[in-house]
Design a protein around this ligand. Structure first.
Ligand SMILES: Nc1ncnc2c1ncn2[C@@H]1O[C@H](COP(=O)(O)OP(=O)(O)OP(=O)(O)O)[C@@H](O)[C@H]1O
Ligand SMILES: [Mg+2]
Length: 246
């Protein structure tokens, strides 16, 4: 695959993950954000088309994207722009798809970079971030090796979706207090470092089996075009929670 085609496939993964969970309003907001991306007009048209395709056929797109893993006997529990997530016993194994094209030396550089970014996130949000380590393993779907991020599996994971209307009334007060605390810490992180938790990808934060608040996507994002909408979203999330408290 050419680098351009790789970008298209990554975009289709992200669009499909969103298409499966976002409500109409949130979807429209996402499309609007695409118009503000610092891309060429042609690139924006391509991204829009991929999103429309995913929105029209979300299940078919998902089944097509996970097919190589299913054919090799793996259970896929999630997809994102960067990874395809497998359930292996009590572990979530995130296959970083693009890493299959990297040399061994480049793989270890990428792992070091991801470790650094993750530890920046942990410095700010602490144990809300699920523990995650990185390994190089045989590629589950073809020859060669890939980087995989390993996390404990969150059973009965209940995600909070970006910009969807979230009705938090059934959540325990302590869980919601954790979300408020997380919001405050994320805002501090954005101000101090120009990095913050990735809140715009589908299903990146949510609640675990015991109602505990968890961040499953532990690699932060950076840069104005991500930070601005994320801060707006955090403010909205905060008022949704206040409504549930009142
Ligand atoms: N530990 C886990 N337990 C249960 N489900 C998980 C876990 N980790 C990830 N998932 C599921 O897999 C999806 C993709 O994982 P993740 O967000 O880490 O991938 P990504 O490629 O980094 O995504 P993004 O497009 O947001 O960058 C999550 O949104 C979630 O639904
Ligand atoms: Mg994600």
């Amino acid at each position: 695959m050419t680098p351009k085609l790789h970008r298209v496939v990554d975009c289709l993964h992200a669009a499909t993950a969103q298409a499966l969970v976002l409500d109409e309003q949130a979807w429209e907001a996402r499309l609007k954000r695409i118009n503000h991306l610092p891309n060429s007009t042609l690139a924006r048209i391509a991204i829009h088309s991929i999103h429309k395709l995913a929105r029209c056929y979300p299940e078919s797109a998902y089944n097509r994207l996970i097919r190589p893993y299913a054919e090799n006997g793996y259970e896929v529990i999630g997809i994102g722009r960067n990874s395809t997530v497998l359930k292996v016993g009590d572990t979530a194994l995130k296959i970083i798809r693009s890493s299959s094209r990297l040399s061994d030396a480049k793989k270890s550089t990428v792992i070091d970079e991801m470790k650094q970014k993750q530890s920046l996130l942990v410095d700010y949000i602490g144990s809300y971030a699920l523990e995650q380590n990185f390994v190089v393993i045989p590629n589950p779907i073809k020859h060669g090796e890939v980087i995989a991020a390993r996390q404990p599996l969150v059973k009965n994971y209940e995600p909070i979706e970006p910009n969807n209307h979230n009705d938090f009334e059934s959540q325990a007060r302590t869980s919601l207090e954790s979300v408020k605390d997380f919001i405050a810490k994320s805002l501090t992180m954005a101000m101090d470092t120009d990095h913050m938790p990735d809140l715009l990808g589908a299903s990146n934060i949510g609640f675990g089996n015991q109602g505990e608040f968890v961040v499953v996507d532990t690699l932060p994002i950076s840069g104005g075009s991500c930070i601005k909408p994320s801060i707006q979203y955090l403010n909205k999330l905060s008022s949704d929670i206040d409504l549930a408290f009142s």
